[in-house]
Design a protein around this ligand. Structure first.
Ligand SMILES: O=C[C@H](O)COP(=O)(O)O
Length: 252
C-alpha cells in the first residue's frame, strides 16, 4: 500500500560524529512531534550505517544506504554488498540516483542487478528516475522516465512493487534551488503511476510510493505533497539540517 514517506539523502556529507549528532537530533524531534503516519528514512554514507542504527530509537525512522554493489560477494575491492548493508540493520538502499548514473556510469543493466540483490536481502530499493533539462525542454521527459522504468524495473513482480519506493527527481531541480512546480510534479507522478498500472497492473501502481526529489524545502513541501500522486519526498540539502528536515516531514 502507498505510504507517506520523507527520505533524506545526505550524499557525501557529515563525518561519523556529525552524522550521529544529526541523526540523534532528528530522532529527538520525530519522537517529540506528532508526525502522524509519515515514515522517515535517513540515507547516510556506508560508514555511518551501523552507528546510526544504534543511535536511532524511533520506530518511525528507517536507515538507508545510498548505493550497493552489483555482485553478491567476492573480489570487488572497495565495494559494499547488499547483504553487508542488511547486516547493519539498515532497511533501504537508494539506487540509480542521477549522480550515480552520470558520475559513475550506472546503467539500467547494473540497476537491475542491484535491485535484485536488495530485494533478496529484504532491503527496500529507493529507485530514482528523472530527466535532464535538455530532455524536458525537448519534450522527451515522459519517454525518458518510461524507459528508465521499463529498463530498470521490468523484472519486478506485482508483489515486488509493494517493496520498492520510486523517486522522481528531475535532474534540473537537484541542488539547483529550482523546484518542479506542483503541477509539473503531479503531472509526472500521475504519468509514472499510469505507466506502472499499464505495465504491471493497477495493484502494482497502488502499492508503490512515488517520492518527489529536487530542491524540496519546508517552504514548498506542503504544496508538492498536497498533490494526489506525490507520496512524499527524497530530500538532499534540506535533510542536512534537522529543523528543515522536520519542516518537510510535518508538511503533510
Ligand atoms: O536525493 C536527493 C536529491 O538529489 C535532491 O537534492 P536537493 O534536495 O539537494 O535538490
Amino acid at each position: 500500500m502507498r505510504k507517506k514517506i520523507v527520505a533524506g539523502n545526505w550524499k557525501m556529507n557529515n563525518n561519523l560524529q556529525e552524522g550521529i549528532e544529526l541523526a540523534k537530533e532528528i530522532n529527538g524531534l520525530v519522537e517529540s512531534t506528532d508526525i502522524k503516519d509519515v515514515q522517515v528514512i535517513i540515507g547516510a554514507p556506508f560508514v555511518h550505517l551501523t552507528e546510526l542504527n544504534k543511535a536511532i530509537t524511533s520506530n518511525k525512522i528507517r536507515v538507508s544506504a545510498q548505493n550497493c554493489a552489483d555482485e553478491k560477494s567476492g573480489a570487488y575491492t572497495g565495494e559494499i554488498s547488499a547483504s553487508m548493508i542488511a547486516s547493519t540493520g539498515t532497511e533501504c538502499v537508494i539506487l540509480g540516483h542521477s549522480e550515480r548514473r552520470s558520475y559513475y556510469g550506472e546503467t539500467s543493466e547494473i540497476l537491475v542487478k542491484k535491485t535484485n540483490l536488495c530485494l533478496e536481502n529484504n532491503l527496500t530499493p529507493i529507485f530514482c528516475i528523472g530527466e535532464v533539462l535538455e530532455e524536458r525542454e525537448s519534450g522527451k521527459h515522459f519517454d525518458v522516465v518510461k524507459s528508465q522504468i521499463a529498463d530498470g524495473l521490468f523484472h519486478l513482480s506485482v508483489e515486488d512493487f509493494g517493496k520498492v519506493i520510486l523517486a522522481y527527481e528531475p535532474v534540473w531541480a537537484i541542488g539547483t534551488g529550482v523546484t518542479a512546480s506542483a503541477d509539473q510534479a503531479q503531472e509526472m507522478h500521475a504519468f509514472i503511476r499510469k505507466t506502472l498500472a499499464e505495465q504491471y497492473g493497477e495493484e502494482a501502481a497502488q502499492n508503490c510510493s512515488i517520492l518527489y526529489g529536487g530542491s524540496c524545502k519546508p517552504s514548498n513541501a506542503k504544496e508538492l505533497f498536497s498533490n494526489e500522486d506525490v507520496d512524499g519526498g527524497l530530500i538532499g540539502g534540506a535533510s542536512l539540517v534537522a529543523e528543515d528536515f522536520m519542516g518537510i516531514i510535518t508538511a503533510f
